[in-house]
Ligand binder design. Structure first.
Ligand code: GLY
Ligand code: MN
Ligand code: MN
Length: 450
C-alpha cells in the first residue's frame, strides 16, 4: 500500500545532506483548567510527516543514516495512564505500527539527541514555535562547543526547517485534495442545514450547534477553527465568535465555519437573510460581494499570482462601494490610497490545508525585488477566496440603509492546469438559491424553542 508519510519524509530528506538531522516535535496537551485539557489536536507539521496522533513525541529524520533514518521518541506504555486517558503506541507500536526504524522513550530525548547530533553537520527544526524545544535542541548542539575537551563533533549549521517543509505542504498531493474535498462537501451540507434551520427568533448558538452537528454526524472530525455565527450588525465584526444573540427579524446572518477531515479543514462563509428574503439594500451589498468573489475565483489560475486575486476583488468591491454611495471619487485613486479598506479591511485569500491559515508564504521566494513579488499560483495550491463588505452601524458617513450590514462569501479553490476547481461549489450562493434554502425545512436537526 502506498504510504503517504514515507513519501513525504523522503521528499523532505531529499532537500538535505546525508549528515543532517531533522527534528519535528508533536503538539502537547494544554491545560484548560484543573485536570481538564483543551481539545487535543496533533501539530500539523508532525502529522504531515508521521500520521502519529500522540502528544509528547518527537520525529527525528537522519537522511544518511544506514539503519535509523526514521526515529520516533514516544511516551512509554503505561497501563494506568492508558486506562485513564487513552491508548499509547509505546516503543513497540512506534516501530511495528507506525514504521519507525527505531523508537526511544521521550524521557531519554536530551541524552539521545546529544548522541544523535554528534557527527551531524546540520540540525534543522522550526525555530521559535516551542521555546522549550528550542532550548533542548540548542543545549544538545552546543555540547561540542561548551565541552571542547570531550573532543566530540557537532553541527556547524542550524537551519529553520520551514523553508524546506512548508513548500511541500503548499503543493497538495492527491490524498490531501481528497481530504479537503470531503471536508468541503460536509461543510457545504452543514451550511445548508444552518440556512434551513434559521428563522428570526432563533439564537445564533442554535445555528452553531446545527453547523457543528452536521460536521461530526457527516463524518468530519472537529471544527477547523472557531465557528462564526454573526447576525445583524455582529456580521461587521470579522472574528465574532460569541454566537449568543437572538437573531432579529430582517437580519442577515453571516456563518463562517469549516470541518476537518483527516486533519484538513474547509473554510466556508455564507451570508443569508434570516427570513428567506433579502431586503433591497442587503441584496445590493450581497450582489457586489458575489460579483467580486466570482471575478476573484476566475483569477485562481497558473499565470496569476496570489495578490492578483486580491487586486481583482478590491476593484469590483471598490466600484460597488462607489455605486452604493459608500465611497466617493475615482476608483483607481480609492484603491491606490487604500480608501476601500474602510469597508473591506482584510485580505481576499489565504492558503488552506492542514491549517485554516495554511503555511507556504505569499511571497515569491525567488524574487529579488524589495518587497518580494507575490507568489505565482501553481496547480495543486488551495486557497480561499473571501471578499466581504462590512458597514458599521455607527458609520454616519454611510447611507442609512446600508448601516449594520456585513456580508462575506468564502469558497475554497484548487488551482489546476485548467479551470479553477471550486471545492465548495456544492454550497449555494446565488441569491435565489440561498433564499430557497432558508425557506426549506431542516433535514438533520429537529428545531426546538428555547
Ligand atoms: N475563518 C477564518 C477565515 O476565514 O480566514
Ligand atoms: Mn478564510
Ligand atoms: Mn472563513
Amino acid at each position: 500500500m502506498k504510504n503517504v508519510y514515507v513519501e513525504r519524509r523522503q521528499r523532505l530528506m531529499d532537500a538535505f545532506s546525508p549528515d543532517s538531522v531533522l527534528l519535528v516535535p508533536s503538539a502537547h496537551h494544554t491545560v484548560r483548567n484543573g485536570d481538564v485539557d483543551q481539545p487535543w489536536r496533533q501539530d500539523s507539521d508532525f502529522w504531515f510527516l508521521t500520521g502519529f496522533d500522540e502528544p509528547d513525541s518527537v520525529l527525528v529524520l537522519r537522511p544518511g543514516h544506514a539503519s535509523e533514518t526514521y526515529v520516533l521518541f514516544v511516551r512509554p506504555r503505561d497501563k494506568e495512564a492508558e486506562t485513564w486517558n487513552g491508548r499509547r503506541a509505546g516503543l513497540e507500536g512506534a516501530v511495528a505500527t507506525h514504521g519507525a526504524d527505531k523508537a526511544f522513550l521521550i524521557g531519554d530525548f536530551d541524552t539521545e539527541l546529544a548522541r544523535i547530533c554528534e557527527g551531524a553537520q546540520e540540525v534543522a527544526w522550526i525555530f521559535g514555535r516551542d521555546s522549550a524545544f528550542d532550548s533542548q535542541v540548542l543545549r544538545a548542539v552546543r555540547r561540542h562547543r561548551t565541552h571542547p575537551k570531550l573532543r566530540i563533533n557537532g553541527p556547524d549549521r542550524l537551519t529553520d526547517l520551514s523553508a524546506a517543509l512548508w513548500p511541500l505542504r503548499l503543493l497538495k498531493q492527491p490524498e490531501e485534495i481528497d481530504a479537503l474535498r470531503r471536508a468541503c462537501e460536509i461543510t457545504a451540507e452543514a451550511h445548508h442545514e444552518v440556512m434551513r434551520l434559521c428563522e428570526p427568533g432563533r439564537n445564533e448558538s442554535q445555528l452553531q450547534a446545527a453547523l457543528e452537528y452536521v460536521f461530526l454526524a457527516g463524518g468530519g472530525e472537529r471544527v477547523g477553527y472557531g465557528s462564526i455565527v454573526a447576525s445583524a450588525e455582529n456580521a461587521t465584526i470579522l472574528h465574532y465568535t460569541e454566537n449568543r444573540m437572538v437573531i432579529p427579524d430582517g437580519a442577515l446572518v453571516l456563518v463562517d465555519g469549516g470541518c476537518e477531515v483527516d486533519q484538513h479543514t474547509a473554510d466556508v462563509t455564507r451570508t443569508f437573510p434570516a427570513t428567506g428574503k433579502f431586503s433591497q439594500p442587503q441584496r445590493a451589498v450581497y450582489d457586489i460581494v458575489l460579483a467580486a468573489e466570482l471575478a476573484a475565483i476566475d483569477t485562481c489560475r497558473p499565470g496569476k499570482t496570489f495578490h492578483d486575486v486580491h487586486d481583482v476583488a478590491i476593484r469590483v468591491l471598490t466600484e460597488g462601494m462607489v455605486k452604493l454611495g459608500l465611497l466617493h471619487g475615482e476608483v483607481d485613486t480609492l484603491i491606490k490610497e487604500n480608501t476601500f479598506k474602510k469597508y473591506y479591511m482584510h485580505g481576499t485569500s489565504h492558503w488552506l490545508g492542514l491549517d485554516v491559515h495554511d503555511v507556504g508564504g505569499v511571497h515569491d521566494v525567488t524574487s529579488t525585488a524589495a518587497p518580494k513579488e507575490s507568489k505565482p499560483l501553481l496547480p495543486g495550491m488551495v486557497l480561499t477566496v473571501e471578499p466581504g463588505l462590512y458597514i458599521p452601524m455607527d458609520d454616519l458617513d454611510a447611507p442609512a440603509p446600508f448601516r449594520g450590514i456585513g456580508v462575506r462569501i468564502e469558497d475554497d479553490v484548487l488551482v489546476t492546469d485548467g479551470e479553477p476547481d471550486v471545492l465548495t461549489r456544492g454550497c449555494v450562493k446565488q441569491p435565489d438559491e440561498v433564499e430557497a434554502m432558508v425557506r426549506a425545512a431542516p433535514r438533520w436537526v429537529k428545531p426546538v424553542v428555547i
